[in-house]
Design a protein around this ligand. Structure first.
Ligand code: PEP
Ligand code: MN
Length: 341
């Protein structure tokens, strides 16, 4: 349920509604715009519906939400969420993030090289996996804590924030010690225990769409994180499974445009995992920006031929720099800018 307060409703009026809801055992999540406050109500349906909130002072409208999500919806919060990452990076509301780096952290030299190249080309965050979700249990599984340390050190050496995946909820605290953004991979999109946990941690979260998840399932997964109190969430379209095998996945750009209308959360496009092919990454990155994406996730490796993971879709540093240059005119047309201050 959403309680829409009148324009400029007073604090006592808002607090009165919140108090009634909490007496009824419901949670009230406030979205406060400059003029309007909207209260998202989470609790037992019958109990909250039976409260007579409509007639209270300051209440304009009570809306029963039929969708399986509330807090992530534009009904609850019409304005774009702007996520701040580290001291300089912002995502959303016209600020575009570029998260770049290798699929997996492999060595100090690799990370230092790639961090410098990404920073120079204008990336706003450094990515790299230390815990890798591999289809085969015999494939390289990542360097673990040592990988986190190398990633952090490389990012610090060039002043970029770190995005990295939490593969298992048991590692969440450890990953959070090193990372600025906690990534939930496609295979974990519906790991609800993990989403609950990340919802109570103070770090921004990047939630990737599942391999065969609908838009509604993706938004419902996102709701878990917001429900826990963490509003700093970004979603990522990374391609979905279709009958097509030429590309690794199918980049669902219509979902990007649709998500922009349905949710206030920033939407990131990952053309690397979506296409699986280096030669398609640049053009689909540009297409993502035109579709309204608030950011890109791009795999970059100094030596893709010898990458331990996802070499065929990794850009070399010069390719990445070229792609970054090609974004500038598009950002200008969109009225957006790289999210770095
Ligand atoms: C990744 O970003 O390295 C990754 C494993 O992505 P996904 O979860 O989208 O497959
Ligand atoms: Mn990868």
């Amino acid at each position: 349920m959403l309680v829409i307060m009148r324009d400029h409703a007073s604090q006592p009026e808002i607090q009165h509604v919140v108090a009634l809801l909490s007496e009824a055992g419901a949670q009230a999540h406030l979205s406060g715009g400059e003029v309007k406050t909207i209260i998202g109500v989470i609790g037992d349906r019958e109990t909250v519906y039976s409260l007579d909130l409509q007639g209270l002072p300051g209440v304009e409208e009570v809306i029963r939400v039929l969708k399986p999500y509330k807090l992530v919806g534009r009904d609850f919060q019409p304005e774009d969420t702007v996520v701040r990452v580290g001291p300089h990076a912002t995502v959303g509301g016209g600020a575009v993030a570029v998260m770049a780096g290798p699929c997996s952290v492999e060595s100090e030299e690799q990370m230092m090289q790639v961090a410098r190249a990404c920073r120079e080309a204008g990336a706003t965050m450094l990515r790299g996996g230390a815990y890798k979700p591999r289809s085969s249990p015999y494939a390289f599984q990542g360097m673990g804590v040592e990988g986190l340390q190398l990633l952090r050190a490389a990012a610090d050496s060039v002043g970029l924030p770190v995005v990295t995946e939490v593969l298992d909820v048991r590692d969440a605290e450890t990953v959070a010690e090193y990372a600025d953004v906690l990534q939930v991979g496609a295979r974990n999109m519906q790991n609800f225990m993990m989403l609950d946990e990340l919802g109570t941690m103070g770090k921004p979260v990047l939630l990737k769409r599942g391999l065969a998840a609908t838009i509604e399932e993706t938004l419902s997964a996102a709701e878990y994180v917001l429900k826990g109190g963490n509003r700093n969430l970004m979603l990522c379209e990374r391609g979905i499974r279709t009958f097509e095998t030429y590309t690794r996945n199918t980049l669902d750009l219509a979902a990007v445009a649709a998500l922009k209308t349905l949710t206030h959360l920033p939407i990131i496009v990952d053309p690397s995992h979506a296409t699986g092919r280096r030669e398609l990454v640049g053009v689909m990155a540009r297409a993502g920006i035109v579709a309204g994406a608030d950011g890109l996730m791009i795999e970059v490796h100094p030596d893709p031929e010898h990458a331990k993971c996802d070499g065929p879709q990794s850009l070399t540093p010069p390719d990445f720099a070229e792609m970054m240059e090609s974004l500038a005119p598009l950002l200008e047309i969109q009225g957006s800018r790289l999210g770095w201050s």
